[in-house]
Design a protein around this ligand. Structure first.
Ligand code: SF4
Ligand code: SF4
Length: 429
């Protein structure tokens, strides 16, 4: 297998195809701390793309309650077990030996992953050539696709207590029992496992935006992509006998959907988000697979400058382009397994945000058009306080969002304005 560079692992990695990067890459950041599990995103996708016969079990966008929920059932537990079996105890990371130069930080921001990826672990499982697998994976049983919301809102028992369910109510401190909502869509990975596994070469990654699509004419429904995708975001449709997956609402991203008026727009699941947890955009790519430095792109800032947003299970090796601000009330060991070694830094930065981070966080869901650049106009100091023993100052800065061509999309402030309804217009209900 050729070697490609995976910046999330801080090292080259084996992949069945030569390295080839798109000019721009579709990417998103989700702030888990704000998700309320309303499933509006799930239904926005369902009612747009997967409402026909044969698609009943298909949820391209879903929100699962961690740690017990999962769609398909236990997808991540099963994959982690397979990876550990192929490389016992191998999912470890080394500190980065980066010399703090900017290029080194962008190429290995979380240190180096020492273990095997799903591409590297696949070789060790080959016993007979006819059974050879390019990617370590498994095919979920039909029943595992049947319950997309099983275990919703179910926290694990507090430490020391037995059982999956919390009996006798919860007691303070409340974070002894925890759960969180993990919203998921296809990550339009830089090294897609679905694409790597397809024997028909029916899956391709678009050079203009990195969106990964399945050519329905070429697909023969072998389900190799379903087996290989570690996130289980490729799904089989029995009525057409082909596999389907999230298409990243590409007409909206292109600006060719009638609703967009020619302006690149965020996907349906992003635009519908009630909790304002989501931001999706396009980032510039280098040919070695790293992100081009673009300090004023909000996604670049959140991932590479503030480092508050982290990839989901980077150890799988597909270089997913979905990033998450981890939930601050969840045991760190669980989060480190899910988001890698950047978790402690990310939570620390998020809990006591610096001035620029607080301003950038205001950009989420103020507009459905894709933000390509932001600027900040400094405002007055509002107050000073301490958060967890650290000084914090709030400024009422204005953050301004710009589109692809540099035109202003909107401006918003850190302090939400307060409007007092005049007595003559009081609500009469
Ligand atoms: S998340 Fe899965 S389906 Fe989506 S691009 Fe990555 S490997 Fe393919
Ligand atoms: S719409 Fe937003 S807040 Fe609601 S479940 Fe989806 S990601 Fe969470």
């Amino acid at each position: 297998m050729p070697d490609v560079y995976n910046w999330q692992l801080g090292r080259p990695m084996a992949y069945p195809y030569e390295q080839a990067m798109p000019k721009r890459q579709w990417a998103f950041v989700m702030n888990i701390n704000r998700c309320l599990g309303c499933q509006t995103c799930t239904m926005a996708c369902k009612s747009t793309w997967t409402f026909e016969r044969g698609q009943e079990h298909m949820w391209w966008a879903n929100v699962e309650t961690k740690p017990y929920g999962g769609y398909p059932y236990a997808w991540d537990v099963k994959l982690l077990e397979l990876l550990d079996k192929a490389n016992p105890g191998g999912m470890t990371w080394s500190e980065s030996d980066s010399d703090e130069r900017d290029s080194a930080l962008r190429a290995a921001p979380y240190g180096t992953y020492d273990g095997k990826t799903i591409f590297e672990a696949a070789d060790s499982r080959v016993t007979r050539p006819e059974h050879s697998q390019r990617v370590l994976g498994y095919l979920p049983a039909d029943a595992e696709w049947a319950t997309p919301n099983l275990h919703e809102d179910v926290p694990p028992a507090p430490a020391g207590e037995k059982g999956q369910w919390v009996r006798g109510g919860l007691s303070l401190p409340e974070h002894k029992a925890w759960f969180f909502y993990l919203a998921r869509v296809c990550n339009h990975c830089s090294y897609p496992a679905c694409l790597a596994a397809c024997p028909r070469q029916a899956i391709y990654k678009r050079p203009e935006d990195g969106i990964v699509l399945i050519d329905q004419e070429r697909c023969r429904g072998y389900r190799k992509c379903v087996e290989a995708c570690p996130y289980k975001k490729a799904m089989y449709r029995p009525t057409t006998r082909t596999s389907e997956k999230c298409i990243a609402c590409y007409p909206r991203v292109e600006g060719s959907d009638p609703e967009t008026g020619g302006c690149p727009m965020e996907t349906r699941c992003m635009a519908a988000c009630i909790g304002q947890i989501r931001m999706q955009g396009l980032v510039q790519m280098e040919q070695d697979g790293t992100w081009t430095k673009d300090r004023q792109n909000p996604l670049y800032y959140l991932v590479h400058e503030a480092k508050v947003a982290l990839p989901l299970y980077p150890q799988f090796g597909t270089e997913p382009n979905g990033f998450y601000i981890p939930p601050r009330w969840v045991p760190r060991g669980y989060l480190r397994q899910m988001f890698g070694p950047g978790v402690d830094h990310a939570i620390e930065r998020y809990m006591v945000p610096e001035r620029e981070l607080l301003a950038v966080l205001q950009l989420f869901r103020k507009d459905n058009r894709i933000i390509f650049r932001y600027e900040i106009e400094e405002g007055p100091k509002v107050f000073e306080t301490e958060i967890h023993g650290k000084p914090f100052t709030l400024y009422d800065d204005t953050v301004i969002a710009f589109d692809e061509h540099g035109s202003e999309l909107f401006r918003t402030k850190v302090e939400e304005p307060l409007y007092e309804r005049p007595p003559e217009r009081l609500n009469s209900i």
